[in-house]
Ligand binder design. Structure first.
Ligand SMILES: *[C@@H]1O[C@H](CO)[C@@H](O)[C@H](O)[C@H]1NC(C)=O
Ligand SMILES: *[C@@H]1O[C@H](CO)[C@@H](O)[C@H](O)[C@H]1NC(C)=O
Ligand SMILES: *[C@@H]1O[C@H](CO)[C@@H](O)[C@H](O)[C@H]1NC(C)=O
Length: 478
């Protein structure tokens, strides 16, 4: 019995790939053929190393078929893109994208999304000027990466577009597992940086995005865009910029669900991150984009009624968090510096399932409250499971939804005023008290809790201390 085997050797010679396809017959009854084949293989490998410098192949290697196999790495410079940024490279880069999307393998990711087999557009460390967006081709594709260089908008780049666009032109087309990595994106104050629309599982990693007028990154629809380890700012500065009051635009505009922003700095923009979707998680974000005092916001949660946003281990540097009618919002392990605070804004008066716990707040002793309510559109009327507790505060006014207090008196009335510390006005859902009256046994009663002021009265004058604990949340309440 004869077995036919094919060995494909891929050798990287400088920048040139050479592939050798070796067809040979091997006797399955003898180990001897294997030895000779191995020797022949080694000879071929040596020969292949010299391919680049030789005009023609020696005839003696008649069994060798050299098949030019295009690499899946599409180098921008090989397409005539200008790595100095002087000439317009839009067409060259678009052609590289087009070729990458042409090299599909016989597989798919999600149904209907062709597998590009790990194809890459490699920017070769150059800086390229483009006058039109680099929009991914109008065919589906996944398992693809653009990386390793700088892209800059020309002076006539359209102001309503983004430099790199994952934007399927039909709703049935999808991009999946596209990676944008190790990029410097300069929008040249002509529009935005990257847009990811109706795409699945996109990675944006180690990108520096600047000089945008609209969004650094726009996510719209789709699922699971993961932005990590990136620096995003309209104007390049390290804080205290004299232009700060003019900062505009949005660092990351999330109009979709299930995305993650991890270890990202937003150093200039009017809004650092705008969240208008559900189930997004923001971790390790440092916002010093535009101070609250100039009208800026670090993270703006604009998904009234249901947000399911988690803000974890983040750093709000003179700019804070705004949440409109939040339902299911977690802010924890974060640091608020320079009077930065959380503002809960009423639209329809809803605030439910909100945890603001275990954070640090630091300010300048001018009386700024760590959590504030904006009830200019009407008061909060639907308040459930809101817990603001265990925050440490220095130089700001602590606000909380749970509080404890004690007061001593010699008489028949004891009152503890919680109105300064409790977040919601005139709301005590649960109160517990103890009247510690020494040797006496007076009858006493909880007389009043209105205005966040707890009053206890006794039926005879005694010297006693009142201990009170109050709660504005209904967690665990039956
Ligand atoms: C994209 O491709 C689809 C299907 O081939 C086609 O119907 C559509 O017109 C194309 N859109 C653009 C903008 O070229
Ligand atoms: C409490 O008040 C009464 C009179 O109202 C007085 O006789 C008594 O000394 C007071 N006790 C203390 C500890 O001040
Ligand atoms: C409870 O206290 C409020 C002021 O905090 C007062 O207006 C109200 O009359 C008191 N209610 C009772 C029953 O004493």
């Amino acid at each position: 019995m004869m077995l036919k085997k094919t060995i494909v050797l891929k050798l990287l010679v400088g920048f040139v790939y050479a592939s050798i396809i070796l067809d040979y017959a091997e006797s399955s009854y003898s180990g001897v053929g294997g030895y000779h084949d191995e020797m022949r293989r080694i000879a071929l490998v040596k020969a292949a190393h010299t391919v680049r410098n030789r005009a023609s192949q020696p005839q003696s290697y008649s069994t060798v078929t050299l098949v030019p196999q295009r690499s899946r790495v599409h180098h921008a410079t090989e397409y005539g893109a200008d790595p100095t940024g002087r000439l317009d490279s839009t067409e060259a880069l678009q052609q590289a994208l087009s070729d990458a999307f042409g090299s599909q393998v016989d597989a798919h990711l999600m149904e209907g999304v062709a597998d590009l087999g790990g194809a890459e557009v490699h920017l070769d460390g150059g800086t390229y000027t483009i006058s039109h967006p680099l929009r991914l081709p109008n065919i589906s594709g996944g398992n693809f990466m653009i990386h390793g260089g700088s892209i800059r908008a020309s002076d006539n780049f359209p102001g309503n577009r983004h430099l790199i666009e994952l934007w399927p032109s039909s709703s049935s087309l999808l991009y999946e597992d596209i990676t944008l990595k190790d990029l410097m994106i300069n929008s040249n104050f002509r529009g935005g940086g990257i847009s990811v629309i109706n795409s699945l599982r996109t990675t944006i990693d180690n990108c520096y995005i600047s000089h945008f007028t609209t969004n650094g990154i726009l996510i719209e629809g789709g699922h699971e865009t993961y932005i990590r380890n990136s620096f995003i700012g309209q104007h390049i500065n390290v804080g205290g910029s004299h232009r700060e009051k003019d900062f505009s635009g949005i660092g990351i505009n999330i109009m979709g669900n299930d995305n993650a922003v991890t270890d990202v700095v937003i150093f200039s923009a009017s809004i650092g991150i705008l969240v208008a979707g559900q189930a997004n998680v923001l971790t390790g974000v440092h916002c010093y984009n535009k101070a609250t005092g100039w009208g800026g916001t670090g993270i703006y949660i604009k998904a009234p009624g249901l947000t399911q946003t988690r803000i974890l281990n983040s750093y709000f540097d003179f700019t804070g968090v705004v949440a409109e009618d939040p339902v299911q919002l977690q802010i924890t392990g974060s640091f608020f510096l320079g009077n930065a605070f959380v503002l809960i804004k009423s639209l329809a008066g809803v605030v439910c399932g909100v945890n603001i716990v275990d954070n640090m707040f630091s300010g300048d002793y001018t009386g700024v409250k760590i959590v504030q309510l904006d009830q200019s559109n009407g008061p909060f009327t639907n308040i459930e499971q809101v817990i603001v507790d265990r925050n440490t505060v220095r130089g700001m006014v602590l606000k909380s939804t749970v509080a404890r207090g004690s007061v001593w008196n010699n008489g028949t009335t004891w009152a503890v005023d919680f109105s300064k510390v409790l977040l919601f006005p005139d709301l005590i859902k649960n109160v517990q008290y103890t009247l510690h009256a020494g040797a006496k046994f007076p009858n006493h009663v909880l007389r009043n809790v209105s205005g966040n002021r707890v009053t206890v009265e006794s039926d005879m004058p005694v010297t006693a201390t009142l201990h009170v604990s109050v709660d504005q949340s209904m967690v665990g309440y039956i």
